[in-house]
Design a protein. Sequence first.
Lengths: 114, 110
Amino acid sequence: DQQVKQNSPSLSVQEGRISILNCDYTNSMFDYFLWYKKYPAEGPTFLISISSIKDKNEDGRFTVFLNKSAKHLSLHIVPSQPGDSAVYFCAASVYQGGSEKLVFGKGTKLTVNP
Amino acid sequence: DAMVIQNPRYQVTQFGKPVTLSCSQTLNHNVMYWYQQKSSQAPKLLFHYYDKDFNNEADTPDNFQSRRPNTSFCFLDIRSPGLGDAAMYLCATSKTETQYFGPGTRLLVL
């Protein structure tokens, strides 16, 4: 029972264009949503997050949009650069057992072609 | 730089031979987590510590144990590794909703 779904295992875009990574969730109790970037043989690196009470958060080239009614969020990267090529994980946070716990999607592998 | 450190980066063990993976942090975060990640899958939470309070996930096998002797260190003990336990093991820390991950330890079981 996947609570966080990333339905596209991979995405390929041209350098300079926009990359849009999508994520769907099922649990209305999630209070934060986060995106992590992962290079091979490294741990996930925090990229950007959004509170469930917001619908947009922007940080440089990265923008996350949240549509609560559709239980959908997306990460926009513009312009895309070859160094952005990595696996991107969507994660949702829920307060449980005295601390915030993350539920991850399976990831989307982004390839940015020069 | 404040960080999360995992040692070793690669660990080879034999079927049934106990193995310990270690994690340390300089962030002074009160929560530490252990995840298991298999190829092309989402990281799966095994357990976490809130300070010294241990929280086990319901589906974490008894074969997996953890120790947190102080704020900075946390250990993952696999008592009798099976072939199915070969995976990347990720340690993370947090103070709020954002978790910060170490580089992971790749475990190979022969």
